[in-house]
Design a protein around this ligand. Sequence first.
Ligand code: FAD
Length: 601
Amino acid sequence: MARYTSMEFIRFLLFDTHRVDTLFKYERFAHLDAEQTWMILESAKLLADQEMFPYFKILDEHPATYDGKGAVKTHPQLKKIIQSAAAQSWIGGAAKFEHGGMQLPEMIFNTGQSIFQSANNSVQGYIGLSTGSADLITSFGNQEQIETYVPPIYEGRWQGTMALTEPQAGSSLSDIITSAKATEKGYYFVKGQKIFISGGQHEAVDNFVHLTLARIEGAPAGVKGISLFIIPKYTLEADGTMRYNDVHCAGDFQKMGQRGYATTHLSFGDNDDCRAFLVGEPHKGLSYMFQMMNGARISVGQCAAAVAMAAYQASLQYCLERPQGRLVSEKDPSKPPTLIINHADVQRMLLTQKSIAEASLSLAMECNKLYDQVHGTEGEEKDNNLLLLELLTPIVKTYASEQGSRSASLAIQTLGGYGFTTDFPVQQLYRDLKIMSLYEGTTGIQSMDLLGRKVVLQNGKAVKLLILSITNTMQEASAYEQLIPYAKKLGQELQRMSKVLEHLSGYAVKGDLERYLSDATVFMEMAGHIVIAWQWLKMSVVAAKKISQSDFQSNNQSFYEGKIHTMEFFFKYELPHAEACATTLEDQHTLTSIKNFELFN
Ligand SMILES: Cc1cc2nc3c(=O)[nH]c(=O)nc-3n(C[C@H](O)[C@H](O)[C@H](O)COP(=O)(O)OP(=O)(O)OC[C@H]3O[C@@H](n4cnc5c(N)ncnc54)[C@H](O)[C@@H]3O)c2cc1C
């Protein structure tokens, strides 16, 4: 079977770099140990090998399609996958025992999901949405809602979705107009249109639980008037029957990628009979939904990294089999051609992919661990973990999706003409990956979130915490001669970032917020490169430590040396982008505030 991920690398990240064992001290995770963790992840790999990866191409060739009547047809394997994932706790595994889960840390649960994402990112989407929906209900719903909706979702019988986007309200959720009218019976009647709803009404499950944002009649305008509702496709009546709840699927968008993943247009209340059940308090819906959106943003970043990893693995395998041309130093045309992996430019393309995909996965794991730490700690420690997580969330989403796209594009380039054909998976991975920079908030929106909200949180405390974490890694790196120059280089980049922030904050202080945020995406690119350089240094410290240990087994040497080598590559070929971004950001004149007509001329 073709390789789509590296279990050796996952093991290195989980146990050595991010030290999952440090979580087992929390009461919630005390039932786990390293051996069990690995067994759980090996079972995820088996599931992915047997049921997901073999259908990666097939689902692309047989996409989800609208039946013209109100349902989306999906490949029969999807039902089997959802049921198997549920049976093995890959929908509810991170939930508490009392909710039917296994109390797995997000770090372990999401590492399993990353294996699915590398194997078949479309099918993982259905699973991930169900997990996030059930989690949201558990956090903010009442007991009855938890008991009604969470078990069937975890059992894979019902599908959870997040229904936010409307035709006129995509990035700007404050403009949603789906309306909710209170009744005396405790529920609301909802009316409105939601578009682009992933995992919406398909035929692989019996029912749908749409976590929907709507505006209660008379609510204030803007985000403060948005409420969160549970809207099932069928309501469960007191006599045990299922009643159609007037949620009509009006279409399924056909897409360039993730074609196995239904993207539906839902119409609520065409017959004025769509019952919606308020979650939590009125008008607090967006703040509740942010729990699911933040989790989804990390998951999208992780998915982008996992897909880039699959593309890298496919291109690496091809390079080991494809002979073409001779080395520049070989003048004799009668000699057999060399494998393309021996060409310097091909090695550059492979190393670029490896440096992006592996470190993006590492950053996703950093975020998952912070999430677990937030829930395992108290007081100031908890607040600090949360602040750092909030800062890193838009970065992991954006770096992995933007650079992951570049990485998957390089995977095609590495294969030459064959990369463009459907005989090889890299073109599909490239097409699949593109959506990651769009949904859950586009790159532009994430960048404004980073610079406009996260950087200024508590007077810049989140940035200070990031600098502290990176400085700790730099100090650890200083113990190894080979790593010292890289630790110094990272220190210089941190200083440069602080200078850039000082420069930009001048605009914010003057009240010129348009100017402050006009190049937010350039700042995001700079911050992303610095954070990824940190991840590489972190991995290199572990590798250097392993190599220096007296009981080091030399059969692992190339793995650890490979980590240090890729770090050096990243610092030389990729990190200089951060400096280029800084030059742009420190320029007094922004070129992005031009008059519209100039774009036509
Ligand atoms: C395949 C797919 C699946 C999806 N799944 C779901 C789902 O399950 N649930 C759901 O609710 N939604 C879903 N979406 C919707 C998705 O989240 C939105 O498409 C996305 O948020 C962007 O909104 P939009 O498409 O309306 O683009 P727009 O908001 O119109 O953005 C267009 C461009 O303008 C930029 N822009 C917009 N506003 C600003 C601003 N204030 N400042 C600077 N730049 C700005 C954007 O960055 C973008 O480049 C999905 C979309 C797709 C394509």
